[in-house]
Design a protein. Structure first.
Length: 164
């Protein structure tokens, strides 16, 4: 009787472990290709300080999802953040975008995660895009808030996931 009970417990544990492994494998449908954040100087993000990111993309057949990460403190004076993004393709082609990230509700309540004085937000920039040329892609981010020095932004990042 004890041996039968132990076999049932092992079988149950094995089924639970197999189920957890299946859930883990199913939930891992994206592969991170690139993730980098650049810390902004404590004096603020100067209008002439262009943040430069680069990564090598070799698979031109799959889709990619791109995110923008923003970490700010609550001393940031605005509810949003505008910046310009220039994408430089390996073949020299250039694409330019203007991006707005909403960091707080209009009533002043901060969005994102975090506690204390720091908040983190991840924004979907582009979903299931094709990167048609293999090689090094460069992304340049420039603050576009019409102030010379933008205070309260701690770091800015880019994340690219491969969509399976």
């Amino acid at each position: 009787m004890i041996i039968t009970r132990m076999r049932q417990i092992r079988r149950t544990q094995s089924l639970i472990l197999t189920g957890l492994l299946m859930v883990l494998l199913i939930s891992c449908n994206n592969q991170r290709v690139f993730e980098e954040s650049i810390k902004i100087d404590q004096g603020g993000w100067h209008a002439d300080n262009i943040l430069d990111f680069s990564t090598v993309i070799s698979d031109t057949l799959c889709g990619y999802t791109m995110y923008i990460d923003v970490r700010n403190d609550i001393s940031y004076s605005y509810s949003n953040l505008f910046f310009f993004m220039k994408t430089i393709f390996p073949n020299g082609r250039i694409a330019k975008d203007t991006i707005e990230c909403l960091l707080a509700h209009y009533d002043g309540k901060w969005l994102g995660s975090g506690s204390g004085n720091v908040r983190f937000n991840r924004f979907l920039f582009q979903s299931n895009i094709q990167l048609p040329v293999s090689g090094t892609y460069r992304f340049e981010l420039e603050q576009a808030m019409r102030v010379e020095v933008l205070k309260g932004i701690l770091d800015i990042g880019i994340r690219i996931d491969k969509v399976n």
